[in-house]
Design a binder for this molecule. Sequence first.
Ligand SMILES: Cc1ncc(COP(=O)(O)O)c(C=O)c1O
Length: 453
Amino acid sequence: GGSSTLDASEPISKSANFKNSLATLEDHFLMGTPVGDRNNWSISNYFYLQVLAACFYPALLEDDSLPLDVKQRAESLLRECDGGSVGSYTDSSGITKIKHCVSQFITRRDGGVPSSPDNIFIKSGSQTIMLKLLIHSKDSCQTGVLIPVPTYASFIIALEEQGAAIIPYHLCEEQGWTLQVEELRKALHTGRKTCNPVALYICNPGNPTGHIQSRKSIEEVIRFAAEERLFILADEVYQSCVYGDDTEFYSYKKVLSEMGSTICSTVELASFNSVSKGFMGECGLRGGYMELVNLDPAVKEYASRLFSARSCPPVVGQIALDLMADPPKPGDPSFPTFSEEVQAIKNTICKNTGRIQEVFAELPGISCQPLKAGFFVFPCLHFSLKKRQMEPDMLYCLRLLEETGLHVRPGCEYGQRKDSHHIRFVHLLPVISPVQKLSIMLLDIANWYLLSY
Ligand SMILES: Cc1ncc(COP(=O)(O)O)c(C=O)c1O
């Protein structure tokens, strides 16, 4: 590799602790920790694969090797498809039976809070339809949407595409990326000087931060949205990937429903979930849903019309959604294998996130907030640059890639406070032995970080 252009503003001590940590990491890597060969990230679940295969090739329904619950599920899904074929159009907001299945899933998730299939809109992933409804690009005053910093980068692009003004509010990194209402208030006040803020986008659990909001924090945000008459866009796609100790996911819908009669019947909310970010991570199948709460019936009607202009969501994604919302239950023939697979994924996540936090706790010059949920790690790199030919974190990522072949993303793509620098990487690795691979990766980040000073 070439000479480094990075320069620390203060010398960083290469402590004995850190050297020990690297040594442990190396041992760990040499010993390896095989964690089984069936937990690759992406579609690896037998139940999902078998139902999808039988829906696409119904001759398999005659195959004795398929479990009974797989056949029954595939048959019931095919009955909902015109001509018994997954190649037919469906209703533009999704297959009715699957919308029922999703609303039952939501009711179970929220401990009995009712959900109606009429408020469920199945979609092929992203939430841009909702943006079309909220953002009026032709108005003389631009529509504003409050978004967290850092946030999921594609959402910013979608907002810009619709002509929205972005009003950033910063999450508080030092306190585990918490969302502070004072920060929202400040951002709204500033936003009102240049645009017309109508919506507040929340990402909970957070991408790329790995944080999850407490119930109290959600209540505060809802109260703020009620006072300021803001529409809440709750991106809750990481809801099933929660692993921090004493950590529980509360949906905005559930918390809202328990907040007293005026607030619970007036604050407008769209909540999103997706098969992309559930335990099986089938992002290529393109299935997701939006639940609308407290919308004026005329506006909901208009939303349906916008949806129908887009034809129907892909049937394969709808089937995946049905399987996510109604997985095998105890007593079903597929249950033992299914639960073993889910458990293996959970174990991998726990091992990986535990390992990452151990290593970063020892590493000088890098700090990482507690990881509680989601797929990502967003550690802060405490450095400054002599030559500012590009963003320091971008430069770090490029050099890391050149020197080690390791691909991580720079924090500037997600937003960060001025003069703070981060990298983002996924802690669930799509490889045969994730923990082993993770150890190599952390070792590369660590070694390279030291070499750079
Ligand atoms: C917070 C968040 N929302 C939505 C999405 C998009 O999900 P989908 O694949 O359903 O479009 C992602 C994808 O990374 C995400 O991180």
